[in-house]
Design a protein around this ligand. Structure first.
Ligand SMILES: Cc1cc2nc3c(=O)[nH]c(=O)nc-3n(C[C@H](O)[C@H](O)[C@H](O)COP(=O)(O)OP(=O)(O)OC[C@H]3O[C@@H](n4cnc5c(N)ncnc54)[C@H](O)[C@@H]3O)c2cc1C
Length: 355
């Protein structure tokens, strides 16, 4: 049997994972990326154990481990006042941690692995259209026509592949504006902790370590840094941005020999830090199926996982951003009790690590 001719649209974490996983198993895909060069956006910051396990065979997990910050604690504050300290790195397995690393660096490790396997990323190459029949898939890239046996749409939440297939992306947009700041900081207390500050009126600000003195501040309101209820000695703002969030899932992840993975198939709020990790898992699963010839089961396997992840992320978002006094009281009591209960701490760690 000859190897399928595979096109991957998009060189974000999902497309790059699919590329590495196919290449290391002997199928060299064509990868196109509409950006002119690599991205330097640090969107996703938490790499979860399941992703590390999936990225172990290619050696990518090892190179991520050499650079990433291991989250030691989750610390919850009621406004500025510390309320609960929960230890995160209690398990023996070296992958059973949350690794903090800016998304552009995670992509760099994936990219290096793919190039090391002989792969090439075609930058400045945008997919413009796609159609398929019984004999294959026709695509137009920068106005030129090409044929492929299989296409992976890893082209993000505004996916051209999904639109070309007329697959509905059902869901809703959250009304509030969210904000992030990527900052260098001097003298931050507990630099290895993931810290949440629960504010009044449903507000929440989170500080995540990215490097020794580099942090991500994210808030569910404008001006992330100004929302932080404690002083932070910021020496450099690398990037500050505001954004809206959609919660959506594609009605199907596959149509014929064309597949959707990552944000092209699902998107939700950053609460829980699952988005990129879910895309990595989609990509690894799909690559394995392409190699084994079992792609017909891809939607059935991955759609329910996406649905459950969106549900859990939305559930957590509703709780931490609720303005309802009873839910605020429940949240504070729960965190306080968890700090003093080994059983609840174990459960918290299991959920946070998505084990
Ligand atoms: C502020 C913020 C914080 C986040 N934090 C976390 C977190 O802590 N943990 C987590 O797991 N997730 C997090 N996420 C989500 C995470 O960033 C995404 O889930 C992840 O980037 C999805 O990867 P992807 O490869 O599927 O899509 P993308 O990263 O969007 O990559 C898609 C790529 O396809 C390219 N492309 C698009 N159209 C075409 C075309 N027609 N032709 C060629 N190329 C094309 C794009 O240029 C892009 O490079 C966060 C997101 C945001 C915005």
């Amino acid at each position: 049997m000859t190897s399928p001719h595979v096109l991957i649209v998009g060189a974000g974490p999902t497309g790059l994972t699919a590329a590495v996983e196919l290449a290391r198993r002997g199928i060299m895909p064509v990868v196109i990326e509409k950006r002119k060069s690599v991205s330097n956006l640090s969107r996703a910051v938490g790499i979860l154990p399941r992703s590390m396990d999936l990225l172990d065979p290619s050696g990518v997990a090892k190179s991520i481990r050499s650079e990433a910050v291991v989250f030691q604690w989750a610390i919850f504050h009621n406004r500025a006042k510390p309320m609960a300290f929960i230890q995160l790195n209690t398990l023996k397995d070296r992958n059973k941690r949350i690794f903090g690393l800016a998304q552009d660096r995670t992509e760099a490790h994936l990219r290096n692995a793919f190039i090391g396997l002989g792969g090439k990323i075609n930058y400045g190459a945008e997919l413009l259209s796609l159609s398929q029949n019984d004999t294959g898939i026709s695509v137009s890239i920068l106005g030129k026509a090409f044929r492929f046996d299989t296409v992976i749409g890893a082209d993000g939440s505004t996916s051209t592949v999904r639109e070309a297939l007329h697959i509905p992306f059902n869901g809703y947009e959250l009304p509030e504006v969210w904000s992030i700041a990527d900052v260098d900081v001097r003298g931050w207390k507990n630099p290895r902790a993931f810290q949440s500050f629960i504010l009044d009126h449903g507000g929440v600000v989170v500080v995540v370590p990215l490097e020794k003195s580099r942090f991500r501040v994210i808030a569910n309101r404008p001006h992330a840094l100004a929302s932080l209820p404690v002083p932070m000695n910021v020496t450099r703002v690398r990037r500050a941005a505001e954004f809206k969030i959609s919660v959506r899932q594609a009605e199907t992840y596959q149509s014929g020999r064309v597949f959707l993975a990552g944000d092209a198939a699902h998107c939700h709020s950053p609460v829980g830090g699952r988005g990129m990790n879910l895309g990595i898992a989609d990509a690894a699963d799909l690559a394995e199926r392409i190699v084994n010839g079992t792609t017909e089961g891809y939607h059935a396997a991955r759609y329910p996982v996406g649905k459950k992840t969106i549900k859990l992320s939305e559930h957590a978002r509703h709780i931490i951003t609720s303005t309802h006094p009873a839910i605020r009281f429940f949240l504070r009591s729960f965190l306080h009790t968890t700090e003093h209960s080994p059983m609840l701490q174990r459960r918290f760690v299991k959920n946070a690590l998505d084990l």
